[in-house]
Design a protein around this ligand. Sequence first.
Ligand SMILES: *Cc1c(COP(=O)(O)O)cnc(C)c1O
Length: 363
Amino acid sequence: MHIPLVDVTAQHAALRAEIEAAMAEVVAGGRFVKGPAVAEFEAAFAAFCGVAHAVGVGNGTDALRLALQALGVGPGDDVVTVPTTFVATAEAVGHVGARARFVDVHPDTWLLDPAHLDGGLTPQTRAVVPVHLYGHVSAVPRPRGIAVIEDAAQAHGARHGDRRVGALGDAAAFSFYPGKNLGAYGDAGAVVTADPDVAERVRLLADHGRATRHDHVVEGWNSRLDSLQAAVLSVKLRHLDAANEARRRFAARYRDALADVPHLTFPDVAAGTEPVHHLLVAAAERRDELRAFLEARGVETGVHYPVPLHLQPSHRHLGYARGDFPVAERLAASTVSLPLYPEMGEAAVDEVSAAVRAFYAVP
Ligand SMILES: *Cc1c(COP(=O)(O)O)cnc(C)c1O
């Protein structure tokens, strides 16, 4: 038996004809950058998120950086976010010259804890970046006068009430890294926003500050969405709701099968939200032993993420110490990601669940 953590080739096998036709059309047209495939995807993705504008960019990290910059965040500013996330969230803050101020996550949802928000705010705070980690929908606080940028890199299609993530803040950053719920065949990302001025600034900054071909009105750089990636994403977007539904079914099946195992806990899903389960993550007693046991049985697992950002050497300059964010530290030491992808099938969920029960000797 071999059950991988994710399998990005399984979806291609299912959609091969559609995707290859879309890629062939881009190749035949020769518009590899800023072609019609990009505009088509941007329109479709904006509609999917329920916002007016989507701007395709080079990757999710650039999407965060561009959104921050377009909302006026820069040197001397503080940005509040969580330490329980991928490093890119804090990297983007550093790239615009601002400083990340972490607040601890909630012990039940594992996401930004609004109760800690005030402790993270300073007179210099210009933005808050809630992270919809693992496809779960974070609280999106709206402190007065402070921009809110959702890190939606793991949550394409997740909902709060009848709104999708991407429509909950002033702007949102998405990643289309191949393993994400909506994944390209390389690096890709997007900023979505209801604000036409923010969308326009992102577009300028990501394309050399260019208003017309030779008219550079601000100093930008190059972070555009490739036409080939856009063509792949347009096809996959049409299948995203179905893929997320499969993730939901498998996540529910895991949680049912493991509900009576006292050694494992899953994050709470906030009332009124509908997650899209980018990853199936549990806090597990004897986590590393469990992983070794599963690996010996052909089950691949992961850890997202073993070191909270305030303890990463890359962010030592922020001046935090062990003990500053106890919930984040506890999660980093205990969470394990179990296999989850839309094509995995119920039998694989059952096999993994049985192996976890065997490890804890819960019959
Ligand atoms: C993947 C990811 C990013 C960065 O996206 P890239 O496309 O890899 O640059 C940012 N934040 C989170 C939470 C992510 O998972």
